[in-house]
Design a binder for this molecule. Structure first.
Ligand SMILES: Nc1ncnc2c1ncn2[C@@H]1O[C@H](COP(=O)(O)OP(=O)(O)OP(=O)(O)O)[C@@H](O)[C@H]1O
Length: 274
């Protein structure tokens, strides 16, 4: 139904949206079209995984949706706010207030305790954390007895959980996670995925995760498959096996130089879709 109420409900269900999102790097012969007119809706309160071969545009998509990178053409909204066209200062505030990041580049500070690391972005922004929410995040992530530890005294999985808590602390509208299980062994990786799932299921958060790992993607509600800067497929209610099968289906097509990416992920060719 296209009643105003239904229209509002539809918008409310979308945490981020892109239309004809295009991103080119460089000019002339060296130009790279990293994103080629991408349309995407990120559902609120859901866990979305983004997969695709190396260089397919996953990080670029995440950076453009998060307002970390400018777009060459098209539009991006965070909730109802169009972020394309915002000035850098407005973008900085929007990222700080409305987005949580779990990126390798934003590692934990070694001299701070887990508790201090969790609230650092809010401390820098001069914002007081909502104590009740923070306690809930800490308990959900099982960090209660680790709060006074420094990163070096924590396992890799525990460090990622602290990074997850830091991303959740300000109760952002949207959390972006870039390979959150990338440096972890499978047990620690599974643990982090469980906590991201709980952030969605129990705390109602919205998570977008870039991953090469079919097991990680299998924990999401929806997997978006990117190739050559385009979304070429999506899979609701994925399982690791189904994701792997889909990647295999796409792999080794004509014109692909290598059927397997550097990290062992099967590469795929969008032309063979269907
Ligand atoms: N700052 C940049 N300058 C020039 N080209 C870039 C830049 N960032 C990305 N690219 C190019 O854009 C394309 C998409 O890159 P992107 O990092 O989004 O891919 P990805 O799918 O995240 O890859 P990976 O899985 O290897 O991290 C690639 O061809 C890449 O070389």
């Amino acid at each position: 139904m296209s009643t105003p109420a239904a229209a509002t409900a539809e918008t409310e269900g979308v945490a981020a949206r892109a239309r004809a999102l295009t991103k080119a790097y460089g000019t002339g012969e060296t130009a790279v079209l990293a994103l080629d007119s991408v349309d995407v809706d990120i559902a609120r309160g859901r866990f979305t995984a983004v997969m695709g071969p190396s260089g397919s545009g996953k990080s670029t998509l995440m950076h453009c949706l998060a307002g970390l990178d400018s777009v060459s053409a098209g539009q991006v909204w965070l909730g109802d706010t169009e972020i394309t066209g915002l000035k850098e200062r407005e973008l900085t505030r929007l990222r700080r207030d409305r987005i949580g990041f779990m990126f390798q580049a934003f590692n934990l500070l070694p001299t701070l305790t887990a508790a201090e690391n969790i609230t650092l972005p809010m401390d820098i922004a001069g914002r007081k954390p909502d104590r009740e929410w923070l306690e809930q995040v800490i308990d959900t992530l099982g960090l209660r007895d680790r709060l006074k530890h420094r990163p070096a005294q924590l396992s890799g999985g525990q460090q990622q959980r602290v990074a997850c808590a830091r991303a959740l602390a300000s109760r952002p509208e949207l959390i972006f996670a870039d390979e959150p299980t990338g440096n972890l062994d499978s047990r620690a990786g599974a643990e982090v995925l469980t906590f991201l799932r709980e952030a969605v299921d129990r705390l109602g958060q919205t998570v977008v995760m870039v991953t090469h790992d079919p097991v990680a993607a299998g924990r999401a509600d929806l997997v978006l498959f990117l190739a050559d800067g385009r979304i070429v497929d999506e899979m609701p209610r994925p399982t690791a096996e189904a994701v792997l099968d889909r990647l295999r289906l796409f792999s080794g097509g004509p014109g692909t130089d290598a059927a397997t990416a550097e990290d062992g992920t099967p590469d795929f060719d969008p032309l063979r879709k269907g």
